[in-house]
Design a protein around this ligand. Structure first.
Ligand SMILES: Nc1ncnc2c1ncn2[C@@H]1O[C@H](COP(=O)(O)OP(=O)(O)O)[C@@H](O)[C@H]1O
Ligand SMILES: [Mg+2]
Length: 238
């Protein structure tokens, strides 16, 4: 295993895990580290056209869907890993990985995941892993994302929304992580507005105090240009 690594989870789906994982990968790569990325399973590829705009916003600007997770992670890390090396299981339907696998007539094998993650780690100074959904999402049978995080042994970064509802979701995730013996390195609130509201500022302080955890923030990023991103640093990640 790479000596250094981080497992990025979140309070749920669409909360910014990929963006946080990409920002950490970019930060380490910009320091000159060889960074590899890993994602146990990617689902919902059917919803992601390979290229071309998906619509037009106000002012006739074309709107592009973000790339699939493994592509954004690879670009941010400056990695040359193949799709297969980053994400050994890739499925079309937007479903939980255990269901997406079952719809494809197969089962995710925890042993294969661990082998793939170890291979990815072996070739790098640091490995940045992104989970799927939240910690208690099943990968296969009763083997949860949390079990994979435990097996990999890396500390966690938790991606969470800045606004109303985030205290409960984030503290539940921290509690679930610590109950399994996982170390929580940082909570990252994303996207953190330029002018945060009182609720958002208070959420940040409350999570730090009640979760006894470092809380960092990530501003809105231009996802097509990792070189423009500010570094995302935290004490445990140096
Ligand atoms: N800091 C940020 N800058 C730009 N977009 C963000 C940021 N944080 C979250 N998003 C947006 O929020 C959505 C969900 O983020 P994503 O990282 O894909 O979530 P997850 O991996 O948890 O499903 C995406 O459309 C992403 O572009
Ligand atoms: Mg993601």
């Amino acid at each position: 295993m790479a000596a250094r690594g981080i497992f990025v989870t979140g309070t749920g789906t669409e909360v910014g895990k990929t963006v946080v994982a990409a920002a950490i990968a970019r930060t380490l790569a910009a320091q000159g580290q060889r960074v590899h990325v890993f994602k146990p399973a990617v689902t919902g590829l059917d919803e992601l056209p390979a290229d071309g705009p998906i619509g037009r916003a106000k002012g006739d600007m074309p709107v592009h869907r973000p790339p699939p997770d493994h592509e954004l992670l690879r670009t941010a890390a400056g990695s040359r890993q193949s799709d297969e090396e980053i994400a050994p299981y890739r499925y079309g339907p937007p479903a939980s990985p255990h269901l997406a696998a079952s719809l494809a007539g197969e089962e995710i094998e925890p042993k294969r995941l661990l082998k793939a993650a170890r291979t990815a780690a072996a070739g790098a100074d640091a490995l940045v892993c992104e989970g799927v959904g939240g910690l208690l999402v099943p990968l296969a049978g009763a083997y949860l994302v949390r079990d994979l995080a435990v097996d990999l042994g890396y500390p966690l970064a938790i991606a969470a929304a800045p606004g109303l509802g985030t205290i409960n979701h984030t503290l539940l995730t921290i509690e679930s992580a610590r109950a399994a013996g996982l170390e929580v390195a940082v909570v990252v609130l994303t996207p953190w507005p330029q002018e945060p509201s009182e609720v958002e500022r208070s959420n940040r302080e409350t999570i730090a105090a009640l979760g006894s955890v470092e809380v960092q923030t990530l501003p809105p990023l231009d996802l097509s240009d990792p070189a423009s991103w500010p570094p995302l640093k935290f004490s445990r990640g140096r």
